[in-house]
Ligand binder design. Structure first.
Ligand SMILES: Cc1cc2nc3c(=O)[nH]c(=O)nc-3n(C[C@H](O)[C@H](O)[C@H](O)COP(=O)(O)OP(=O)(O)OC[C@H]3O[C@@H](n4cnc5c(N)ncnc54)[C@H](O)[C@@H]3O)c2cc1C
Length: 457
């Protein structure tokens, strides 16, 4: 055997990294394979737990309110599965889901505190950060850099949206207009909102700058001071108390950069919630990779799991390939966290929906097999619909221990657990639940894998 380990986590998005960290901290020798980029790195980097019920227009005021509704209405939703436990009775299942989800979300918040993407927010309330479009979105935890603090509480607040010359992905004028209209309709502060552009290109005229170029530039020594000097002129001109930037104020140094801008200008500086390519998503990805390796986990980047050797009801070996070689990895337990269509865990084409490594059964929202379902016949013609796209619900059906099951409802392998976006039964984009499900299911899939490995010793 090329490599041996207690646990192999396949997939390095948030669900896999949470699962791997929990297992490594419990003393398991843990290996994590990641073939490429993840949906996690494309996300806005704000942790949604639950924002809406599918088809609802009004958001939930808090994750506990949303989770209670999910528990009552969708017994096979990944959050509901967290509540299935031998010790839980039907009377306390909702409380169990709330408490177990709270524990997992708080775990993440605590672990990211010393990282490059510390989080703020409270499990008991949804918060409403401002997006790059000037709209608001319900979410649970935001990166500290996205906190607009007392902007909407102070009667005298003045907000300035700042864009960068040559950076086409953010239109500060449009964002300012949308946001101001919203605030006027609500009759709340700020009542004065402006916008401006700043030219930070080090070599004169700039065009088509990307998020990553600007973020990397701002991580360099000295470049934030130049931005601070240019910003101060604009802040003083309009008397801005708060300044909103697109979320590109540095990759590793965003928190320090914001502190420096605040110190220099006297205004509260924050980042808006963005769209891909997402610098805060990349910060979250990097922070969790560092958390995982600090916990003692081994990260193998560029390793794609392709198949397995299974004996009776146990996976014994995973076969993975890199550009140069093939490796066989033996372990006692495995966690599958390969994501959905973006991560690469599931593919949908004219032959149906496939799980790509083990050929596990995929199911629809109604838990019918999706193996022979053709995606084009399963697509909502209305691209933007309140119920979202049905394909987003496709994924793996699991037992109460998060083990994928087959057509007979029996686990496919005793030692294979699944977590994150690969699971069926939820639609992150309409619910606003993506990273919350990834954290919670990663956390509890790991607990189940740890119990199995420790039992076997
Ligand atoms: C554009 C966009 C914006 C979003 N914004 C938000 C947001 O603001 N808030 C929020 O809460 N959620 C958001 N989401 C949803 C959220 O990002 C996902 O639900 C979540 O990241 C899923 O995490 P995951 O770990 O399950 O999967 P992923 O993050 O997709 O990770 C899957 C991993 O598996 C690896 N992999 C796949 N196949 C193999 C293989 N064979 N071998 C080895 N590795 C493999 C991939 O390389 C990747 O590392 C957004 C999603 C998108 C696409």
């Amino acid at each position: 055997m090329d490599i041996q380990s207690d646990l192999v986590v396949i997939g390095g998005g948030l669900s896999g990294l949470v699962a791997g960290t929990v297992a490594a901290q419990a003393g398991l020798e843990t290996l994590l394979l990641r073939k490429g980029q993840s949906a996690t790195a494309y996300s806005s980097g704000a942790i949604d737990v639950i924002g809406y019920l599918p088809e609802a227009v009004e958001p939930f005021s808090s994750p506990p309110e949303g989770l209670a509704a999910i528990a009552g209405l969708y017994p096979l939703h990944p959050y509901s599965i967290v509540g299935y436990d031998e010790s839980v009775t039907s009377e306390n299942v909702t409380d169990t889901i709330l408490e177990k989800t709270r524990l997992a979300i708080d775990w993440l918040k605590t672990h990211l505190e010393p990282s490059i993407s510390p989080l703020v927010g409270d499990f008991n309330v949804n918060t409403y950060p401002i997006t790059v479009f000037g709209t608001k979105k319900p979410t649970c935890l935001i990166q500290k850099t996205m906190d607009h603090q007392d902007l909407e509480l102070r009667d005298d607040s003045v907000l300035l949206f700042v864009g960068f010359s040559g950076y086409p992905d953010f239109n500060p004028a449009a964002a300012a207009k949308t946001y101001l209209e919203d605030r006027l309709a609500l009759e709340g502060p700020p009542r004065k909102v402006g916008h401006c552009f700043i030219n930070i290109a080090p070599f004169g005229k700039s065009y088509n700058l990307s998020s990553i170029e600007i973020a990397k530039h701002l991580d360099h020594e000295g470049s934030i001071d130049r931005l601070a000097a240019l910003l101060k002129e604009q802040v003083d001109q309009v008397g801005a108390t708060h300044v909103a930037f697109p979320p590109i104020l540095g990759i590793r140094k965003a928190v320090q950069n914001i502190a420096r801008l605040q110190e220099y200008t006297g205004a509260t500086i924050f980042e808006l919630l963005g769209i891909p390519p997402s610098i805060p998503g990349q910060r979250l990805q990097r922070s969790m990779e560092e958390t995982f390796t600090t916990a003692g986990g081994k990260l193998l980047i560029g390793f794609e799991a392709t198949s397995c050797i299974k004996k009776e009801n146990q996976i014994q070996v995973i076969v993975a390939k890199t550009q140069r070689r093939q490796v066989k990895i033996e372990a006692k337990a495995f966690i599958l966290s390969t994501g959905k269509f973006i991560g690469g865990g599931i593919t949908g084409d004219e032959t149906g929906f496939r799980e790509n490594i083990f050929n596990l059964m995929t199911v629809t929202r109604d838990y019918h097999t999706a193996r022979d379902l053709i995606p084009s016949r399963f697509t909502n013609r209305l691209a933007i619909s309140p119920s979202g796209q049905p394909v987003q619900y496709c994924g793996l059906s699991v037992d109460p221990r998060f083990r994928p099951i087959n057509e007979d409802g029996i686990e496919w392998a005793e030692n294979l657990f699944a977590a994150g976006a690969i699971l069926a039964g939820y639609n992150y984009s309409v619910e606003k639940s993506g990273l919350g499900v990834a954290i919670t299911t990663g956390y509890y899939a790991a607990q189940n894998a740890i119990a199995l490995v420790k039992e076997a010793v």
